[in-house]
Design a protein around this ligand. Structure first.
Ligand code: HEM
Length: 487
C-alpha cells in the first residue's frame, strides 16, 4: 500500500514538463525488489556486451549533443548564467554532477577501493537521497534526453562523467583525454557502505535506516560547542563517510564556528567560521579519506569552483525550512509542490515557478565564484589572493564570504569558508600563489586531477585501469576548431 502511494508521487515528480526525468532517477521503492535479491544481476548490461556496443559510439556526435544541451536553457529547469551577467549554461551543474558521482571514491591502504561513478549508483537510493546531491536529479533529468538519443551505446556512468568533462572543455577549460567503458549497476546496493541518509521513499524495508549522525564524532578544541560535530574517520561497519555527515560526503562548506574565547574570534563579524580549521577538514577529507595530494586538492577545488554557482536565493528566513532545513527525510529541497518535503511547498514560489530559477535552493549559499561562471577563467585564484574576504550571510542565512571592498570588480562573487581555507593554510597558500601566477600550470594540473577523478572507481581503482579494460578513449581531436561553443 505504501509503495502504491509513493509510486504515484514519484511518477508525478516535476510533472509532464520534465520529459525524461524518471529515466535519470530511480526511486527507492522501485529498487527494493532487486535490493531484496529478486534480481541478482549486479549490472544492467554485461561488461562484454557494453564494451561491444561502445565500438559503434560516435564520440564527436555525443560531445556535440551534450555541448548543445549545455547551452540550451530549458523552461523546466532554467540554466544559470544570465543572473550573473553571463550566457545560459549548465556547465556548473554538469561538472558538479560528475564530481559528486565520482567523488565518492575511497581507497584504503591502496588495497580496498569503494565508490566512484562507475555503476551510476547516483541514480539510485541511497545516493540519490544524499543531502549533498540536492538538485542533481535535474542534471540527470536533462541528460536523460541525450541518453534516450544514444541508448545502449552509452552507459549512465559514462554519460555523467563525460558530461562533466564536456562541460569543462566546451566552456574553454582543459581536458586532454577521456576513456569510456563504465558499466552501470542495477541498484545502489554497493553504495550502502558509504552511508544511508534520506529515506523518504524507502519506508517499510530493512534497508531504510538513516546514518545521518555519525556515532564517532568530535569538535575541534576551538570550535563552538553548539556547532555541528565532525565525523571521525573510524565509524561502525567501516563506513567510509566524510568529515561531517553521511549526506555531506565531502566537506562541510561553512566550516567550524569558533568559540567566543578563541583568540581569532571577532565579536563584530556576522559569523566566525574559521578558514584555518576548515583547511584541516579539507585535508582530512581530500587526503586522508580520498587519497588526493595537496596540489590535486587545490587544483580540483579551484577548477570546480571556476564554473557555476551556489544556489540559495530563495529567502527562507522565518519559514519552517529555516527552522529545520535538513529534516532528515530527504531528498532535500527537490520535491514536487505539495509534497511538504522542501521549499517547493509554496515557500519558494508556487506552481511552475516553485523551486526553479531564482526560487532554487540547493545548498543555501548564494552567488558565483567568478565574474563569468559559464566560462573557464582564472578569477577563482586571482580574486582569492587579490581581495580581502570578510564574513557575510546568504539570503537563505548561510555563512559565506564576500570582498571587503564592495566596489571591487569581484564584489558580486562569493567564497565558501572551505574556499577561503586555501589561503589560510600555508601549504595550500603556496599552491594558490603558484596557480594565480602560472595559469598554464593550473590548467595542466587540473586536467590531470580531473582525469584521475572521473576514471577511478571500485571496479577500476587506478586511473589507467579503465583504459586497459575497455580500450575506448578520445583525445578530443574533433574539438580543435571549436574550443568553446560559447559566444
Ligand atoms: C572543499 C570541497 C568542496 C566544497 C565544500 C564544495 C561545496 C560546494 C557547494 C556548497 C556548492 C553549491 C551547490 C549549489 O548550491 O548548487 C558547490 C557547487 C559546485 N561545486 Fe563544489 N565543493 C567542493 C569541492 C568541489 C570540487 C573538488 C569540484 C570539482 C572538481 C566542485 C565542483 C562544483 C561545481 C562545478 C559547482 C557548481 C554547481 C552549479 O553551478 O550548479 N566542488 N560546491
Amino acid at each position: 500500500m505504501v509503495c502504491a502511494v509513493l509510486s504515484v508521487g514519484a511518477a508525478q515528480m516535476r510533472g509532464d514538463d520534465f520529459p525524461a526525468y524518471d529515466l535519470g532517477t530511480i526511486p527507492a521503492w522501485q529498487d527494493l525488489p532487486s535490493l531484496r535479491g529478486d534480481h541478482p544481476d549486479a549490472q544492467v548490461m554485461s561488461k562484454a556486451e557494453y564494451h561491444r556496443k561502445l565500438q559503434s559510439l560516435d564520440v564527436e556526435h555525443l560531445y556535440n549533443a551534450i555541448a548543445t544541451l549545455m547551452t540550451t536553457s530549458k523552461p523546466y529547469w532554467p540554466a544559470d548564467g544570465p543572473q550573473d551577467g553571463d550566457v545560459s549554461s549548465y556547465a556548473g551543474l554538469f561538472a558538479r554532477l560528475a564530481w559528486h558521482c565520482s567523488g565518492s571514491f575511497r581507497m584504503i591502504n591502496d588495497t580496498h577501493a569503494a565508490g566512484g561513478c562507475e555503476g551510476a549508483r547516483q541514480r539510485h537510493w541511497p545516493e540519490n537521497e544524499w543531502r549533498d546531491n540536492t538538485n542533481l536529479d535535474k542534471a540527470r533529468g536533462l541528460l536523460a534526453e541525450v541518453k534516450l538519443q544514444f541508448g545502449d551505446h552509452i552507459s549512465w556512468s559514462d554519460l555523467m562523467t563525460f558530461a562533466g568533462t564536456v562541460a569543462i572543455k566546451a566552456s574553454g577549460g582543459p581536458a586532454n583525454k577521456f576513456c569510456f567503458g563504465r558499466v552501470d549497476d542495477v541498484n545502489g546496493e554497493r553504495s550502502i557502505p558509504l552511508g544511508v541518509e534520506g529515506v523518504s521513499q524507502c519506508h517499510g524495508s530493512k534497508f531504510c535506516k538513516s546514518n545521518f549522525e555519525c556515532p564517532n564524532s568530535f569538535r575541534w578544541p576551538e570550535q563552538n560547542n553548539t556547532d555541528h560535530a565532525r565525523c571521525k574517520i573510524e565509524q561502525p561497519e567501516q563506513r567510509l563517510q566524510a568529515s561531517h555527515s553521511v549526506g555531506l560526503i565531502y566537506v562541510y562548506p561553512e566550516g567550524p564556528e569558533l568559540k567566543t574565547t578563541s583568540q581569532d574570534y571577532k565579536p563584530y563579524w556576522v559569523h566566525n567560521r574559521s578558514p584555518r580549521l576548515s583547511a584541516l577538514e579539507v585535508r582530512d577529507t581530500f587526503k586522508d579519506r580520498m587519497g588526493w595530494t595537496d596540489r590535486e586538492t587545490v587544483a580540483l577545488i579551484g577548477g570546480g569552483h571556476t564554473l557555476g554557482r551556489t544556489h540559495g536565493n530563495c529567502n527562507l528566513t522565518g519559514s519552517k525550512w529555516a527552522e529545520d532545513p535538513y529534516n532528515n527525510i530527504g531528498p532535500y529541497f527537490e520535491a514536487m509542490p505539495g509534497s511538504l518535503r522542501g521549499p517547493t511547498d509554496g515557500t519558494c514560489g508556487t506552481g511552475r515557478e516553485a523551486g526553479r530559477g531564482n526560487n532554487t535552493v540547493s545548498s543555501g549559499f548564494e552567488g558565483p565564484w567568478t565574474r563569468s561562471p559559464s566560462r573557464w577563467t582564472y578569477d577563482f585564484f586571482d580574486a582569492l589572493l587579490s581581495e580581502e574576504w570578510v564574513p557575510t550571510k546568504s539570503p537563505y542565512g548561510n555563512d559565506q564570504w564576500h570582498t571587503r571592498d564592495r566596489s571591487s570588480k569581484f564584489s558580486k562573487t562569493m567564497r565558501l569558508t572551505a574556499d577561503v581555507s586555501l589561503i589560510a593554510d600555508p601549504a595550500y597558500l603556496q599552491i594558490v600563489e603558484e596557480y594565480a601566477s602560472d595559469h598554464a600550470k593550473f590548467d595542466s594540473d587540473f586536467a590531470d586531477a580531473w582525469f584521475k577523478l572521473v576514471h577511478r572507481s571500485e571496479d577500476h581503482p587506478h586511473q589507467d585501469d579503465l583504459e586497459k579494460d575497455a580500450s575506448f578513449c578520445t583525445s578530443f581531436e574533433f574539438t580543435v576548431s571549436q574550443q568553446t561553443l560559447l559566444p
